[in-house]
Design a protein around this ligand. Structure first.
Ligand code: CP
Length: 306
């Protein structure tokens, strides 16, 4: 694997390999890419993805370049492609990038010397979120076949929904959706939230992507009509779990009291995000170089010791 841009590039075999590797990292296995360079470029706001990549990179002893868009030459009109080629030319191994335009990272896959990780491309995909969600589900149930997963909320604008729907189906889960009519996408199976709580093993809630449309609805009505209320939570299956990629809008898609309830794995997802991102970086670095790291250029070895 040279880049991670979309979930449809990953076979089940690769997904399971990442899940197993993330599990080993969580159990304390150390993998280091000491002296190698990772750059994080976030052109849209982020707390979890950006900081968990930073933690993952530092835990693997990488040198981290935190790029600020407003301090970069993107502001002088340099194209994203030329900026990435520049990072590649100066020896950056990994580029984690979030930006607002869907599918615009494909052209960067021509860059062979640097591995691009899609940290969210508008309404397109969010593969690292999907993989950490899969890790959280796998940790809980040890399988995907036979599980019913409901993805609920702003389906039309959610990159998390897109990545997860694809991957979960490929892995054999039953995937259904729950959404207000205006955010439904055609060709999907929809249930009401009342039906969702009764049938789901995994209930994945989504934030309303207000930055991508002009929603002016009534928040208490949204919770009552489409969200997870305390009353609905009581009707969930005993073994079922609640996921949410966060940030959470408490009292909108979920009652505030449920964010840290016994069924919630929301903060576990964030914790798992660090290990999954370590596994992804390790896979990409391993793909660029042989497993014994023998092809590290001499100047890099020298630089690492300075
Ligand atoms: N889940 C997620 O992508 O969160 P951030 O926007 O805070 O990175």
């Amino acid at each position: 694997m040279n880049h991670l841009l979309t979930m449809d590039q990953l076979s089940n075999r690769m997904i399971y390999s990442l899940l197993e590797n993330a599990g080993r990292m969580k159990r304390g296995e150390q993998k280091t890419w000491k002296g190698r360079f990772a750059a994080n470029l976030f052109l849209e706001p982020s707390t979890r993805t950006r900081q968990s990549f930073h933690v993952a990179e530092r835990r693997m002893q990488m040198e981290v370049l935190e790029m600020e868009a407003e301090q970069s030459s993107l502001l002088k009109g340099e194209s994203l492609y030329d900026s990435v080629r520049t990072l590649e030319a100066i020896g950056t191994d990994i580029l984690v990038i979030r930006q607002s335009e869907r599918d615009s990272l494909q052209e960067l896959s021509e860059c062979k010397g640097i591995s691009i990780i899609n940290a969210g491309d508008g309404t397109g995909e969010h593969p690292t979120q999907s993989l950490l969600d899969l890790f959280t589900i796998y940790e809980e149930f040890g399988c995907f076949k036979g599980l019913t997963v409901t993805i609920a909320g702003d389906i039309k604008h959610s990159r998390v929904a897109r990545s997860n729907a694809y991957a979960l189906k490929q892995l054999g889960a039953e995937v259904q959706f729950s959404s207000p009519d205006e955010w439904k996408e055609p060709g999907k199976t929809y249930v009401t939230m009342d039906e969702a709580v009764a049938s789901s093993d995994v209930l994945m809630l989504l934030r309303i992507q207000k930055e991508r449309h002009d929603w002016e609805g009534d928040i208490p009505d949204y919770l009552t009509d489409y969200g997870l209320t305390k009353e609905r939570e009581r009707r969930m299956k005993s073994h079922s779990i609640i996921l949410h990629p966060a940030p959470v809008n408490r009292g909108v898609e979920i009652d505030s009291a449920l964010v840290e309830c016994q069924k919630s794995r929301i903060f576990t997802q964030m914790n798992n995000g660090v290990y999954m991102r370590m596994a992804i970086i390790d896979e990409l670095m391993g793909g660029k170089h042989n497993e014994n790291n023998k092809c590290v250029p001499m100047e890099r070895e020298l630089f690492a010791t300075m």
